[in-house]
Design a protein around this ligand. Structure first.
Ligand code: NI
Length: 171
């Protein structure tokens, strides 16, 4: 079952920090492969391991959604080296279905991580790519994009999400 189930708001793995990856073993390679397939199938432009119920610091990003193989980024233990500026744009999340809200993010980021061969990578990103990195690194820190909303808006979104889930529509 290479395409894994995406867990949604309220699942505990989404709401706690993920563990650093210590070794690139078969489990991590399988997880990374499945995450890419799951992200493309969704379809989505980014996915973090907690979204497939794996509490590991691993993210996948692909703005081309499978169209351009060189645009696929798989990063282990990603972290910010620099963040600059501000940009506001609409975001959504496969784990928060039906919610799209404006979120303020850095306009530019410099991200460091390790690829699947164990090689260190430093990636500079602006615009949508910077936003996706911020969103996915938030995920591995146990944070959903709705945490960035104003307290009032956040309360409203959470109430609606709970209602959807109770009525069985939040799968
Ligand atoms: Ni997300």
């Amino acid at each position: 079952m290479p395409v894994r189930k995406i867990v949604t708001f309220g699942h505990p793995v989404l709401h706690r920090a993920a563990f650093p990856v210590r070794e690139i073993d078969d489990e991590i390679l399988d997880l990374a492969r499945d995450m890419v397939l799951t992200m493309h199938a969704a379809p989505g432009i980014g996915l973090a391991a907690p979204q497939v119920a794996a509490g590991k610091r691993l993210i996948t990003v692909d703005l081309s959604v499978g169209e351009k193989p060189d645009e696929l980024i798989v990063l282990i233990n990603p972290e910010f080296l620099e963040t600059d500026g501000e940009a506001i744009s609409e975001e959504g999340c496969l784990s928060v279905p039906g919610v799209h809200e404006n979120v303020k993010r850095p306009a530019r980021v410099l991200v460091k991580g390790i690829d699947l061969k164990g090689k260190e990578k430093v990636i500079e990103a602006r615009g949508i790519l910077a936003r996706v990195f911020c969103h996915e690194i938030d995920h591995i820190n146990g944070r959903l994009f709705i945490e960035h909303l104003s307290p009032l808006k956040k309360a409203l979104v959470k109430k609606n999400l709970k209602k959807t889930q109770e009525s069985g529509g939040g799968e």
